[in-house]
Write a protein that binds this ligand. Structure first.
Ligand SMILES: [Zn+2]
Ligand SMILES: [Zn+2]
Length: 230
């Protein structure tokens, strides 16, 4: 477990001092299949570990440079055992693997907005579909909305060059409407909504083919972990 100990970090800079195990992990990460390849070594290591988090064409050169050369200098490894438990469970669990969050929907008495990328990568739009459905069911008195923005993947929704025009207006309008007290978008109560409830039960994104790359990355990382533990 040496690599995944608490407070252990993976230096992403090529010039950084890295242990043999870290260098090994980085070179294995470079082999892992992904949607987009990049000429930047740090970006390649990062997307080998997580999968591509954004579509490159949506980021400016300045943002890409800042992200890889200034922002993410080191990668904390302590979260990975927890992330693995979440991935294996298929929903959020605590660090011991217990379902201790989703059983308390009453604690989440607030409005929510879900924004998914329509050009799916890393996570599928299904995640926001299910979260929105969960909140509409358990907190029907609050405003819950979901938007799928065409052409975006995952983190490019927030750091993309066009985010201020394509994405942020959805956030601003949601905050405004929630503050104005226009909370209820669709009330999931009573007989009249049973048809709507049925429609929500169907997954509108069946054609996306699931989270194949994500699954592949997790499987590949599992193999790496086993290899490094031995
Ligand atoms: Zn890149
Ligand atoms: Zn993310």
């Amino acid at each position: 477990m040496a690599l995944l100990r608490n407070n252990n970090t993976l230096p992403l800079f090529e010039t950084s001092k890295a242990s043999l195990r870290h260098r090994l992990l980085m070179s294995i990460a470079l082999w892992i299949p992904r949607y987009e390849r990049c000429s930047c070594k740090e970006c390649e290591v990062f997307s080998g570990i997580f999968g591509n988090a954004f579509w490159h064409q949506n980021l400016s050169h300045t943002m890409h440079h800042w992200l890889n050369k200034q922002s993410t200098r080191i990668l904390p490894m302590a979260a990975f055992p927890h992330l693995r438990k979440i991935c294996n469970s298929g929903f959020i669990v605590d660090s011991k693997g217990n379902n201790s969050y989703l059983i308390h929907p009453k604690r989440m008495a607030l409005s929510t907005l879900y924004i998914s990328g329509g050009r799916s990568l890393l996570v599928t739009p299904e995640t926001s579909f299910l979260a929105n459905k969960y909140m509409k069911l358990h907190q029907p008195g609050f405003r819950h909305e979901r938007v799928v923005v065409d052409g975006f993947g995952h983190s490019d929704l927030l750091i993309g060059e066009e985010s201020s025009k394509e994405v942020f207006p959805h956030i601003i309008s949601h905050i405004r409407l929630a503050e104005e007290g226009k909370n209820v978008v669709m009330i999931s109560k009573g007989k009249s909504c049973s048809k709507a409830a049925l429609e929500w039960a169907a997954d509108p994104y069946q054609g996306y083919g699931g989270c194949e790359t994500c699954g592949r990355t997790v499987c590949a990382m599992e193999l790496i972990y086993h290899f490094l533990y031995l």
